[in-house]
Design a protein around this ligand. Structure first.
Ligand code: DAH
Length: 341
């Protein structure tokens, strides 16, 4: 090996020590250059073959090679010791982390929250009631007497079917068929004046199709005081539909019949949001002045108090607002549908 080769070995060795990225790599480089049969040993061992006159120069170069590579090894060792231990392999520390997906409220929950929030601002307090009800709250107190078709066993999810009177049966229970039950519970729990808004699930054994399901949601509203009239009902509903469906919304009340209200009406709206449906009027809820029999059933004096009530289907409103064509989407648990809202 001549002087030029020693210089080249020094350059290569320094680069190799500097480039060592792991203790394992450093050890490999050390063995190659400083090990028992490494390059430095070979250079020093080759000294005896160098002609006498060149031996001084060669020895100096060989010693420098040994000293500088030893120093480079030491500094590489220090460098690796202070560096954080990185996982080996093809782990890329600059890669973005794995993001945990954050969920959001179901479109039905969002719809309920938006509607309830509007009525909250109008002074209606949110209340709830049980989904398993008795016949008093689901029917009798709502002026739906025994024998009324709405009480048919085939049209309700009764939990205990009625039968012969003996032996005595427990009180029949059913999955509530309407949130109007919560009107009764609210009036039993509070004294007028009161204003409540009550969302909840309701159940009817309907054949399931694009617009019917055996479980859906309603939102019930009720106000009772000494001096409420039909104009109050109308203005509250007008404030609601303009807030929810847009300021341009037109509303009309169409005479209707409900057992628990007198007078009763259905509300139709016309607004820009639904112009694509090409229908001038869309029905969105039922309403009316609370029937005196209902007030009597909860112990209120119908001579002293009166009130108004309304009820709407949440699925129907969400379907209209978002252009959803099939009620079954709400319960299909398909993320492709749910993520749209
Ligand atoms: N309970 C009715 C239904 O399920 C909806 C309804 C109509 C509720 C008129 C009301 C009302 O409070 O006044 O079809």
């Amino acid at each position: 090996m001549d002087l030029a080769a020693i210089t080249a070995a020094l350059t290569a060795g320094l680069a190799a020590f500097e480039g060592a990225a792991t203790p394992e790599q450093l050890e490999e480089v050390r063995r190659e250059y400083l090990g028992g049969s490494g390059l430095v040993k070979k250079v020093l061992g080759g000294m005896k073959d160098v002609p006498k006159e060149q031996r001084g120069q060669f020895g100096k170069a060989a010693n420098e090679l040994n000293a500088r590579l030893t120093a480079a090894f030491e500094s590489a060792k220090t460098r690796l010791a202070s560096a954080p231990a990185l996982p080996s392999g093809d782990f890329d520390v600059t890669r973005p982390g794995i993001r945990r997906e954050v969920g959001h409220a179901h479109i039905i929950t969002q719809t309920i929250e938006e509607i309830v929030a509007i009525f909250n601002r109008l002074g209606f307090a949110q209340v709830e009631g049980p989904e398993v009800e008795d016949e008093f709250h689901n029917f009798d107190a709502l002026n739906i007497p025994p024998g009324h078709p709405a009480r048919n066993e085939d049209d309700n999810f009764f939990l205990q079917l009625s039968g012969p009177d003996w032996p005595p049966k427990p009180v029949p229970l059913l999955l509530r068929s309407q949130t109007s039950t919560i009107q009764i519970r609210a009036m039993q729990n509070m004294q007028p004046p009161l204003r409540v808004i009550a969302p909840g699930r309701v159940y009817r054994p309907d054949e399931v199709d694009a617009t019917h399901h055996f479980m859906f949601h309603q939102i019930e509203g009720l106000a009772v005081a000494e001096d409420l009239n039909f104009g109050d009902l109308r203005s509250v509903l007008e404030l609601f539909v303009r807030e929810y469906f847009g300021a341009d919304t037109k509303m009309r009340l169409r005479p209707h019949y409900f057992p628990f209200t007198e007078v009763s009406a259905e509300v139709d709206i016309n607004c820009e949001m639904f112009s694509h449906l090409k229908k001038p009027w869309l029905e969105i809820l039922g309403c009316g002045m609370v029937h005196p029999n209902v007030l009597t059933a909860v112990g209120y004096d119908p001579e002293k108090y009166n009130g108004f009530a309304f009820g709407m289907g949440v699925e129907r409103i969400a379907m209209l607002k978002h252009g959803i064509g099939d009620i079954r989407h709400f319960v299909a648990n398909d993320l492709r549908f749910l993520r749209q809202f």
